[in-house]
Design a protein around this ligand. Sequence first.
Ligand SMILES: [Ca+2]
Ligand SMILES: [Ca+2]
Ligand SMILES: [Ca+2]
Length: 251
Amino acid sequence: MKMTKRSVVSAFFGLALAACGPVDESGTEALVQQEQELPAGCTSVDATNMTSHACLHAANAGDNINVAASATRTTSAPGVNTAHKHYTVTLPAGAEGSVTYVPTAYSTGSTSEPITFYLAQSVSFTVLTSGGATVTPGINEVLTASTCSLVKAVTYDLSVGATYILAMGPASGNQVGLIAEYLNDNRVRWYPDADSDTHGANAGSILTACEPPANYVSRRWDCNDSNASINPDAAEICGNGVDDNCDGVTC
Ligand SMILES: [Ca+2]
Ligand SMILES: [Ca+2]
Ligand SMILES: [Ca+2]
């Protein structure tokens, strides 16, 4: 069987757990980070972690950069490339405006990056290649649960080093707040919780900036994920021969 990059990572991860018992997987981080594409099945960026991070930039005046958009869709439009910044983009009055964006590699050798553009107004937003072709977003979502000024998040897999044209507007007040965030800067590890005791199993975790699948939780160390009475918060019951609290010993 041909081993894909993902299966190699999974095999490595499983082997480490089998050989050593519960371990911190940080040693596999470098391997996992080679996975740059938008995760399969991702339909929403993670509101709790990724969008809240973007909200911090939106609310921090020190993160703001003002930029005047071009009136035409051109690769000579001003860039909005600095990470972790909120750009206040001023558009031509009553019309669309354009800026440019060039993705950089999050990890050495990556050729594409999943990137979310957050917008503070629900305006028309189009990403185009330098040749003028429209790029289809992987996810286009309205942020109903957002607690900040950001109302829209549009996610693309973009080629590292390529110049993209971001066309937006027209907008009320002729200004749009814009933040670009790399998904790979905002990933969180989630663990499967089959018995719903709110503790996940160590094996089978996923690292993503997307909303986790159902029945995944952010904490682990459930030593029996098919019995909700057994987890790190449970009281140890002496004499039952069971490690109730997952500390590796019975009493
Ligand atoms: Ca569990
Ligand atoms: Ca359990
Ligand atoms: Ca115990």
